[in-house]
Ligand binder design. Structure first.
Ligand code: CO8
Length: 375
């Protein structure tokens, strides 16, 4: 067991070049809904089908705080005769799209951490979906970077990034690996039902990465000691995707609406906010801190009203944008990567001794947090 501090020594962020505003997304969804209603007019009139309701950019911004999302591929999403992104299928000897974006974020994290691939002993790809079952995307990335050692994928929906950091922390703490690269290539747009008014606006694509290592090897400018990690899961069907390899044997449509992301958003909101606030309070207490000792909250980015409510429960007042930065207005919900984006964009101003909290919450349910301190 290593007695030296374990640190986050670098982080990387890859942002897709294409973005979609609420106005663009709503315009194409509404045109699709109108076309659907015209094409199914007779069944709708007979009560056999429900008419598709119109979406609204104002509703989206007010209910979620989302104004924009980035996507790997834009044109197919806005094509009302397609309503899904367009990805070319790649040959087995070509780099997969998910490994491609993972590499972009990983290279930036390595650079920020002053690390070469030969310094890394393990690669964890942790995210909401992987584009194939095996070989692991992590092993593909490991190979592309020329890293010795091992890699594996792990899926924990919205908490994949924090849970991945937990595993990295434990590996370095146990002394089995010197430095770990944790990557979150959140390529979620292929799983979004762009024909569902209630969820078509929620997600965007992104990739984030972090390097975790012992303080004795860390040389980067911005280092954060991980004081500890805390995780909890509690089964819920309120956020679900039934996509999986069983569909073939079940003679089921592998792309039916229940196989895509769907949720009971209101219940999620009500149930997860108190769980997350209590979790964070307890985690801080383990180190003798109160919430007022925290300089920055890099909270999960699913919904601005959730973040405001959680911050208010914790602090007893509204948190400022400087205390709890919001990135979902620009990036939307990026599954597990939201708090990692917030950290990436908002950590360089912290001073030695400042305490911060990285936190995720979402499907599972799952909640993960790290209490960290600027060195
Ligand atoms: N335009 C206009 N009206 C709308 C729209 C729209 N786009 N969508 C819904 N409405 C309507 C509803 O139909 C409803 O109408 P009515 O009152 O007549 O029934 C009304 O607006 C209010 O709807 P809601 O009660 O649903 O509205 P909310 O204020 O609750 O806002 C949210 C909806 C934004 C979804 C909100 O509930 C929310 O954000 N909840 C939290 C959800 C959350 O955090 N989920 C986590 C999901 S992410 C995760 O866990 C990772 C999964 C893995 C990644 C998946 C990648 C694809």
């Amino acid at each position: 067991m290593s007695s030296q501090p374990i640190v986050i020594s670098g982080s990387g962020l890859w942002t897709p070049e294409h973005s979609i505003s609420n106005a663009e997304l709503v315009e194409s969804y509404n045109a699709w809904a109108e076309q659907y209603n015209q094409q199914h007019q007779a069944q709708i009139e007979r009560g056999e089908l429900s008419a598709k309701p119109q979406s609204s950019a104002e509703f989206i911004e007010k209910a979620s705080g989302i104004k924009n999302r980035y996507v790997y591929s834009k044109d197919g999403v806005l094509d009302i005769n397609r309503m899904k992104p367009r990805f070319a299928e790649r040959a087995d000897d070509e780099l997969s799209q998910q490994a491609e974006i993972a590499l972009e974020a990983a290279k930036k994290a390595l650079k920020a951490a002053n690390k070469k691939p030969s310094d890394i002993g393990a690669v964890i790809v942790s995210c909401a979906y992987t584009q194939r079952a095996y070989p692991a995307i992590a092993i593909e990335v490991q190979d592309a970077l020329g890293i010795e050692g091992f890699g594996f994928d792990m899926l924990v929906a919205c908490s994949a990034a924090t849970f991945g950091l937990h595993r990295a922390y434990e590996m370095v703490k146990a002394g089995t690996v010197g430095a770990v690269l944790v990557i979150n290539p959140e390529l979620v747009s292929p799983q979004i039902n762009y024909c569902d008014r209630d969820s078509h606006f929620i997600f965007g694509d992104v990739a984030t990465a972090m390097v975790i290592e012992g303080a004795d090897t860390a040389t980067s400018e911005h280092q954060f000691e991980i004081l500890g990690t805390k995780a909890v899961t509690k089964f819920s069907n309120n956020i679900r995707s039934n996509f999986g390899f069983m569909s073939r044997a079940q003679d089921a449509d592998p792309f039916a609406a229940d196989k895509l992301f769907h949720q009971n958003g209101r219940s999620v909101f009500k149930e997860v906010c108190p769980m997350a606030a209590a979790h964070l309070q307890e985690h801080l207490e383990q180190y003798g801190y109160t919430t007022s000792d925290v300089r920055r909250w890099w909270l999960h980015q699913a919904n601005i009203n959730m973040n405001l409510l959680i911050a208010k429960k914790l602090l007893g007042r509204d948190a400022s944008a400087d205390e709890a930065p919001i990135v979902l207005d620009e990036y939307a919900n990026t599954a597990s990567a939201g708090s990692m984006i917030a950290f990436n964009l908002h950590h360089q101003d912290l001073k030695a001794g400042d305490v911060g909290v990285l936190c995720s919450f979402g499907a599972g349910y799952s909640i993960g947090s790290l209490v960290i301190k600027k060195r």
